[in-house]
Design a protein around this ligand. Structure first.
Ligand code: FE2
Length: 297
């Protein structure tokens, strides 16, 4: 089989056909998938039936060292999908029921509706996320993306020069609270301290510069907080203009792969009190980790 690539947006994003992640994938096909990801940074592979957790994990491991997570310390959380490599992105509790409206986990998950890149609050950044659609609600719940290389290219040269050497602090709890979640306890806060990353970096697979930003971005190192947040807000607004956005409409069995080092994304709203959305995610990191902390986001 050869890989067929159908672009989904003028700037990036593509549908890949000719590959089935439920089957063994040979190295020539993997090279073609990696090349498509380098160019398009958001790729969807459709299947008539979702891959199993094991198939999902096995394919993901071909794209880089896999995150093996443990839950953040949010009181009372249990695991519905008992694989350390899989983040449960559903609105279901540990016995498969839709979360109660006052569940802290639901409040935190709703923060995924803010534009972000996965795990920027860790020192070792996420590369690829692979999200599998097991159950999709009848409407809403698109995943929207923006290409941060195209965003960088569109900035005026004078602005680019001002941004080149800035370092941004990213905090998981900052975005949770911004998204409407409760203030974390000291213990929760200590379970995920903030991390610092350059605002501008070279996206190695494509060789293009990109902004690295997220709803987790809380401060700029050495800047007063107010000034930092104003710049972050300005850049976030610039980055999510409609001309940069691709909205993925889910079908059961879709495997959506994106490069966190070149994109931002967000979940859009749906009726999460009445409809099930069962999404499961694996995440590759820049390098292997002894232990991680990735159950949510
Ligand atoms: Fe995410």
């Amino acid at each position: 089989m050869t890989l067929a690539i159908e672009p989904l947006h003028p700037l990036y994003a593509a549908r890949l056909t000719g590959v089935d992640i439920r089957q063994p994938v040979d190295e020539a096909m993997m090279s073609a998938v990696r090349a498509a990801l380098a160019r398009y940074v958001v790729c969807v592979i459709g299947h008539d039936k979702p891959p199993t957790n094991e198939q999902h994990i096995a394919f993901s491991a071909r794209l880089g060292p896999l995150e093996r997570g443990k839950s953040p310390k949010i009181k009372g959380t249990e695991t519905r999908v008992p694989y350390p490599e899989i983040v449960d992105q559903s609105n279901l509790n540990d016995v498969g029921e839709i979360y109660a409206d006052d569940d802290r986990r639901l409040a935190y998950k709703r923060a995924n509706r803010l534009w972000h890149t996965d795990m920027s609050f860790y020192e070792v950044r996420a590369t690829y996320s692979l999200l599998v659609g097991h159950v999709t609600p009848p409407s809403g719940a698109d995943t929207e993306f923006t290409d941060m290389r195209a965003v960088w290219d569109a900035l005026p040269a004078t602005r680019q020069a001002e941004l080149e050497r800035l370092v941004v602090e990213h905090s998981y709890w900052y975005s949770r609270v911004q998204g409407g979640g409760p203030e974390p306890t000291e213990e929760e806060r200590a379970s995920r301290p903030p991390a610092r990353h350059p605002l501008v970096h070279v996206h190695a697979p494509s060789g293009r510069k990109a902004l690295y930003l997220a709803s987790h971005a809380s401060d700029i190192v050495g800047w007063p907080r107010e000034k930092a947040r104003a710049l972050i807000a300005e850049l976030m607004d610039f980055a999510v203009q409609p001309r940069f956005v691709y909205a993925h409409k889910w079908r059961r069995g879709d495997v959506l792969i994106w490069d966190n080092l070149a994109t931002m994304h967000r979940a859009t709203a749906f009726d999460d009190r009445h409809f099930v959305r069962d999404m499961r995610r694996t995440t590759c990191r820049e390098r292997s980790m002894e232990s991680g902390d990735s159950r949510i986001v």
